[in-house]
Structures are given as structure tokens and as C-alpha cells.
Write a new protein. Structure first.
Length: 213
């Protein structure tokens, strides 16, 4: 019953949100085009059970690169318009199309990068047992102010406790978070730094033991 109710909620909310936010979508698209000549960001992301899909967002960063052809750091590529779009969470609006297609849900763990898949621990990888979402339990409990490990622990907690009432609770909290702009960025980065994998506690303990002798 819950999966059916969740899918119905996804479709209803996505359709209503798409209609209500259409004026904002048009304005944001025009501003981004005038500021950086690009509007949409498309990228392959892992969905349910790690299956890839194309995620859509408004592009908040330029594509500037250094002399070696590598992208500049996020804080240098984040445009003024893009920063405003991100702070208001308007960059997520194109993902309503992903929800309607069935690639994503309104509520679920955020879809991250494909290259992170082999870096997860077995427990962290359980975040892919449900569809990714536009908002989720980690987003309403700290978002980018959390460490990767904290976010993944919250994602897995959601997988184990997901329910219709919990989804509604997350939606209500999301509105408050968006209004207060809480946790939009990591305190030391314009966006979250790259996830390189979690070092097992036993490895840390061995390193500490070697250093102490």
C-alpha cells in the first residue's frame, strides 16, 4: 500500500509544483541564460538499486577551466545568479521531470555521483534500496552542513523507517529549511567536497597505534 501511496503523492506534488513554479522556472532560465549562456545541467546519477538515469538541474556554475583543462574549484565557478538560485533551492526544480518519469521520488536520499558507488561501505550502499529524492531525511537534518558519514547514516535510517507519515513530515520540514536557507553549503566549501570513501574505524585505530609507538 505504501509504494502505491508514495507514487501517487509523487505525481500529485510534482504536477502541482510544476504549475505553481512555472513563472519562477521561466525567470530563472532567462537569468541563467543572460549570465552564463547555459541553463540546464544534465548528469548521469545512480537511482534505485544503483541503476543510472539522467538527472536535470538548473546550472549554477560556469564551465570555466584552468590552463590544464581541469574545472576550477566550485567557489570560483559558482556564479552570482547561480549562488542565488542555489540558496533558494530553485536549482532543484527541473528534477520534477525526473519525478514524473519515475526516476526519482519527492522524498528519498539525494542522488549523488556514479563514481561514488564503489566507495560506499556495504551499509552506506543501502541508501540505494529506495528511489532517490529531491528532499530527504538528511536534507531536513542538516543538509550540506553534515559530514558525508552523517548524511549516509540518516539516508539508511530513512530506508529502514520509511512510511507515508514520515514522508509528510519531511515535506513540511523541507519548506521550513528552504525558507531559512539552512545548511545550503558546507561551512568550508561552496558545495560538498568530493566523497572519497569512509576509512574503517579499525584502520584508524591501527594508524593511531603505529603513531603512538
Amino acid at each position: 500500500m505504501y509504494p502505491i501511496a508514495k507514487r501517487a503523492l509523487d505525481i500529485v506534488i510534482a504536477l502541482i509544483a510544476a504549475l505553481v513554479t512555472l513563472p519562477f522556472v521561466i525567470v530563472v532560465a532567462i537569468l541563467l541564460w543572460c549570465a552564463q549562456r547555459t541553463v540546464l545541467f544534465r548528469q548521469m546519477r545512480p537511482g534505485l538499486n544503483g541503476r543510472p538515469f539522467i538527472l536535470y538541474k538548473f546550472r549554477s556554475m560556469s564551465e570555466e577551466r584552468d590552463s590544464s583543462g581541469h574545472p576550477l574549484p566550485d567557489y570560483q565557478r559558482l556564479t552570482r545568479v547561480g549562488s542565488l538560485v542555489r540558496s533558494l533551492s530553485l536549482d532543484e526544480l527541473p528534477q520534477l521531470w525526473n519525478v514524473l518519469k519515475g526516476d526519482m521520488s519527492i522524498v528519498g536520499p539525494r542522488p549523488l555521483l556514479m563514481k561514488y558507488l564503489p566507495r560506499y561501505s556495504a551499509e552506506q550502499a543501502r541508501r540505494h534500496e529506495v528511489k532517490p529524492g529531491i528532499t530527504g531525511w538528511a536534507q531536513v537534518n542538516g543538509r550540506n552542513s553534515l559530514s558525508w558519514e552523517e548524511k549516509f547514516a540518516l539516508d539508511v535510517w530513512y530506508v529502514d523507517h520509511r512510511s507515508f507519515p514520515l514522508d509528510l513530515q519531511i515535506l513540511l520540514k523541507t519548506f521550513r529549511r528552504v525558507l531559512t536557507r539552512h545548511g545550503i553549503s558546507n561551512e568550508r566549501h561552496a558545495t560538498m567536497p568530493e566523497f572519497l570513501g569512509t576509512v574503517p574505524s579499525t584502520v584508524l585505530e591501527d594508524d593511531m597505534h603505529r603513531l603512538s609507538h
